[in-house]
Design a protein around this ligand. Sequence first.
Ligand SMILES: [Cu+2]
Length: 173
Amino acid sequence: MNDRFMKISIIVMIFSTLLVSLTVQDVTAESVPEWVKNNALWYGQGDISESEFLNAIKFLIDSGIIIIEDSKINLKVMEAQVIIPNGNFDVSGSGFYKPLNLEINKNTKVTWVNDDSVPHNIQSQDELGKVTDMFNSPPLNTGDRFEYTFEEEGVYHYYCSFHPWRVGVVTVQ
Ligand SMILES: [Cu+2]
């Protein structure tokens, strides 16, 4: 996603939120001109172009109806963790990855944390167990972390090449 598109998405999001809250509370609705509301409706229906819609938003910003504080516009980054628990190395133990199948939404950053007493690594695999180069960590010592952000839906398999009986799954919706 490029920067410009991201900015437009944020503005559209802010604007829709504003409109919804105006509709619900009807507190300061009179400060938003009728033509701006119509523009939003028409944009939603595909009757006007993106630049016409953005001009309406620009008007709201210029006239101080929408106040944007840079520091408050942060895209929410979703995060999740997989713990490599103590005893994970033991083939006869129950030290499965926690969780064994991590379920996340797209654009979630996953961090694997090695809580075991020995090094492990994370190697992505295809459905047949062949190592792929999608996400591959170096050896992780105790306490080390490895991050990867999943951007596409799918079911992703991985394992540890030192302890190949340890396999895990990340399911991205
Ligand atoms: Cu391992």
